[in-house]
Design a protein. Structure first.
Ligand code: AMP
Ligand code: MG
Length: 400
């Protein structure tokens, strides 16, 4: 028996390579991992400019009390520049985003002044307000986005604000997915008596793609030594990671282990967890290998715990784990000590705190427990039964 944390650490230690970089247009870079630091060559904003539509003035012309009448020297739209210098007693009509003219440092909001003809009447105002300073967002030379960052819409926007049209990102790791077992039938085909439809290849494909990797579907492999051997070797030729489900529990038809012992290096673990005890990890040729349990919930959970962090590391990501947080148990939870248990949970906000309950029956073959759930409830090894009102850890399926 090995603990979840030891298995995670062991797996991550063995992933030492990072996918090669590629240059992509900004428009194709969403959710990719940045390969290099992005340093700005310019100040953003590039010029000190007005934050509002109004009147630019020199602080020296602002009355300390009462009002003052200033002459409107001209009008400046966004995108234009004012080549003159504002003189004593003058104001410049200015639009949001237009560069501040020489001689001005403060802008009156247009709603706060009285304009008549060529004159504007202004009152007291703190010096410097309603102005955006050059470089207040980004200073030239600064690292704005660092290598290993996942590009969200805001990172893409920041890159665009620096004038970049392309980014150097990591290639998506390629993940070959196979299901094993004579009992597993392809959805859309006729199922023979005694067979079940393959669900793992489809849920795992979704998880692979959601993790930012590229899925390669390598179908279903029957429980036959030679065929499994040749199919796994072939998969390893065109993928960075080979992912199977089924065939890792201790039984007559459990072949993954013996095939991998011939074809690569393999660790075969009983992980102290529920569901999803058996797990195989190792390598075939140049590819990493993960043999996940066949039970549909166990295969998704073990992907979440062991495969996704490895894919993220391969893809060059800096942060490899989803942040768990605390919630209050809204129902009693049964728990055996000595192993880490993962219940399918429904997390909801109850007035002033996060509460979580289970989805009902927790068998590791009950895949609809995953569709009803929005998180895993994680109960640590040393804990026993959990009473209503106790605090538990939850790991959302998608960051909330
Ligand atoms: P195994 O690990 O091969 O002993 O499989 C454990 C359980 O998971 C068995 O009930 C299998 O029928 C089921 N199972 C295995 N592979 C799949 C699959 N691809 N889709 C759905 N269930 C599966
Ligand atoms: Mg099997």
């Amino acid at each position: 028996m090995i603990s979840v944390q030891d298995a995670q650490a062991h797996i991550l230690d063995r992933v030492t390579t990072v996918a090669p970089p590629e240059l992509l247009p900004l428009t194709a870079s969403l959710h990719r991992v940045l390969a290099d630091d992005v340093r700005s060559e310019m100040d953003v904003p590039p010029t000190t400019n007005s934050a509002v539509d109004g009147y630019a003035v020199a602080a020296a012309d602002i009355p300390a009390a009462g009002t003052r009448t200033l002459e409107v020297a001209g009008e400046l739209a966004a995108g234009a520049i004012w080549s003159g210098t504002l003189q004593h007693g003058q104001a410049l009509r200015i639009m949001t985003g237009a560069p501040m003219p020489a001689g001005a440092d403060t802008v009156f909001l247009q709603e706060t002044v009285e304009r008549s003809g060529n004159q504007v009447v202004v009152g007291p105002l703190p010096a410097g307000v309603n102005v955006r300073q050059r470089g207040e967002d980004v200073k030239a030379g600064a690292v704005v986005l660092s290598a290993g960052t996942v590009l969200r819409p805001q990172e893409i926007g920041v890159a665009a604000s620096l004038g970049l049209a392309q980014l150097v990102v990591r290639q998506k790791p390629r993940v070959a997915i196979l299901s094993t077992g004579d009992e597993v039938a392809e959805p859309g085909t006729d199922r023979k008596p005694g067979q079940i439809f393959d669900s793992n290849r489809f849920s795992l494909r979704g998880l692979v793609e959601a993790a930012g990797a590229q899925a390669v579907d390598d179908g279903i492999v029957p429980d036959r030594m030679e065929e499994l051997h040749s199919r796994l070797l072939r998969a390893a030729e065109h993928a960075d990671v080979v992912l199977t489900s089924g065939g890792v529990s201790v039984g007559d038809y459990d072949l993954v282990k013996s095939v991998l012992q011939q074809a690569g290096g393999i660790h075969f673990w009983q992980v102290a967890m529920q569901p999803g005890r058996p797990l195989a990890a190792g390598s075939i040729g140049r590819a990493h290998f993960f043999g996940l349990p066949g039970n549909p919930v166990a295969s998704m959970l073990t992907f979440h715990l062991f495969v996704r962090p490895a894919l993220w590391k391969l893809a060059g990501r800096r942060d490899l784990h989803v942040q768990p947080f605390h919630a209050t148990a809204a129902e009693p939870l049964t728990k055996k000590t000595g192993r880490r248990e993962f219940k399918r949970g429904i997390l909801s906000w109850a007035k002033d705190r996060w509460e979580v309950r289970t989805t009902g029956p927790q068998g590791s073959g009950i895949l609809t427990s995953m569709t009803a759930a929005n998180c895993f409830i994680v109960i640590e090894e040393e804990r026993g039964d959990v009473k209503v009102g106790e605090t538990v850890w939850v790991e959302p399926f998608q960051p909330l």
